[in-house]
Ligand binder design. Structure first.
Ligand code: HEM
Length: 413
């Protein structure tokens, strides 16, 4: 009996398909051979166009008035959209002109010159990560023990939150993004459960806003709590949405890039050897890790007019899925796209951080986190190998490794 080949068109809607990233990549490549845009009609979902062509993803993002984030910027099943009772409004749910007004509140804070101030803390966290590896004595789960805590510690730092809040933030950020993965769910997924998670977030950040309004500091939370839009205090819903986007967008994304990057090095020992021999390659290696992992799998846009995308007629109201992951494997842009190559000359043309007015605010911070962590870690690694099965989160939105067991030896400090 011939085994049935799974339909590559399912890779966008079927969360199980995200459990095996090699297979996902193969399916994406098969779709590239068929074309740059695909109509996806699956039970439970409103039909949408999956855009995988690199140039088209950028074109759509560039034309932000023609292709808007509203009304739904993330792919959800129709039942989840219809059952939602609690509104959540963040930068990624907004369009111009309001998006620009809200983004300007923190735009400068995230500029390279400002986030560079955090480098000392990133170095400290990187040294702590290496010390942890020493303590573990040769075996650990890189995804859980190293990659997960690092960016969350950075979020606590930028928001000015105490380290005691680590566990609570961890649970909430994972549940919000990992909500379709059975291991990360608080309960079986339902609109009520999602509302409960979002409700917890609201309670926590409402208290924080009150504190920072009473006693502002120089952290990002103070900037958000005291933010003015059109000369008036930012409304509560948007204030809370701002915290949520910073806390969630900066966590699983960056940790997924870290563990996915490490896994790629383990699977390509010649690349690891190259990086060890030439540490100055770390910046380009990080760009390639970001291309390779594309932890934010997609965002959605809605067409405001009839138009054409990648040769395909699109009607006003059509929903488009921007597949950052598949666009990063576009063979027209990336030669030999399934090869992880830390010297890839155009690795930085990846679209993992999006493009245009919504371009990731935390891109420079995320890059610095990876550069510092790998910059400290690689020179200390004498040997490293996989020590068990690596597993991935089965989620359709933001994801990466759930587990990455490693065995290693370190050189003396
Ligand atoms: C490797 C790590 C990261 C990846 C892959 C990533 C990816 C993305 C993507 C794809 C978008 C949407 C872009 C678009 O629609 O064009 C985005 C938006 C955003 N990201 Fe990131 N991100 C990462 C890390 C971070 C970090 C560390 C922070 C902050 C601490 C952050 C904060 C944000 C915010 C606030 C937005 C909304 C921007 C807007 O809509 O104007 N991200 N990110």
């Amino acid at each position: 009996m011939p085994t049935e080949v799974p339909d590559p068109h399912d890779i966008f809607t079927d969360n199980q398909r995200w459990g095996d990233l090699d297979e996902w990549n193969q399916a994406a490549l098969a779709l590239h051979e068929q074309g740059g845009i695909h109509l996806i009609e699956r039970e439970g979902f409103k039909p949408f166009w999956a855009v995988i062509d690199h140039a088209s993803v950028m074109d759509i993002e560039r034309q932000h008035e023609l292709f808007t984030n509203e009304p739904e910027s993330v792919l959800l099943e129709t039942a989840a959209i219809d059952g939602r009772t609690l509104e959540i409004k963040t930068l990624v749910h907004m369009d111009e002109p309001s998006h620009g007004k809200y983004r300007r509140l923190t735009n400068d804070w995230f500029k390279p010159a400002n986030v560079r101030r955090l480098n000392d803390r990133l170095d400290e966290l990187s040294r702590e990560a290496v010390a942890k590896l020493e303590e573990f004595g040769g075996e650990c789960d890189f995804a859980v023990d190293i990659a997960l805590p690092f960016p969350l510690q950075v979020i606590l730092k930028i928001l000015g939150l105490p380290e005691e809040d680590y566990d609570r933030m961890l649970m909430l950020t994972q549940q919000l993004f990992g909500a379709t993965d059975p291991d990360l769910q608080r309960d079986e997924i339902s609109p009520e459960v999602m509302n409960q998670v979002i409700g917890d977030f609201f309670a926590y950040f409402t208290a924080l806003t009150a504190e920072r309004r009473a006693e502002p500091g120089d952290d990002l939370a103070s900037l958000i709590a005291n933010g003015q839009i059109d000369d008036a205090a930012m409304p509560d819903l948007e204030t809370l949405g701002y915290y949520i986007i910073v806390a969630t967008a900066g966590h699983d994304t960056t940790s997924s890039a870290m563990s996915g990057g490490m896994h790629a090095l383990l699977e390509n020992p010649e690349q690891l050897a190259k990086l060890r021999a030439s540490p100055e390659l770390v910046n380009n290696a990080v760009e390639e890790m970001i291309r390779w992992t594309a932890p934010v799998r997609h965002f959605m846009r809605t067409a405001q007019q009839d138009t054409v995308v990648c040769g395909q007629e699109i009607r006003k109201g059509d929903w488009l899925y921007l597949s950052y992951k598949a666009a990063n494997l576009d063979p027209k842009v990336f030669e030999n796209p399934l090869q992880f190559d830390i010297e890839r000359p155009n690795a930085d043309r990846n679209v993992s951080f999006g493009f245009g007015v919504h371009y990731c605010l935390g891109a420079q911070l995320a890059r610095n986190e990876l550069r510092r962590l790998f910059g400290h870690l690689i020179p200390r690694l004498e040997s490293i190998e996989l020590a068990g099965e690596a597993t991935s989160m089965k989620t359709t939105f933001v994801g990466g490794h759930k587990s990455l067991p490693i065995r290693y030896t370190l050189t003396p400090a």
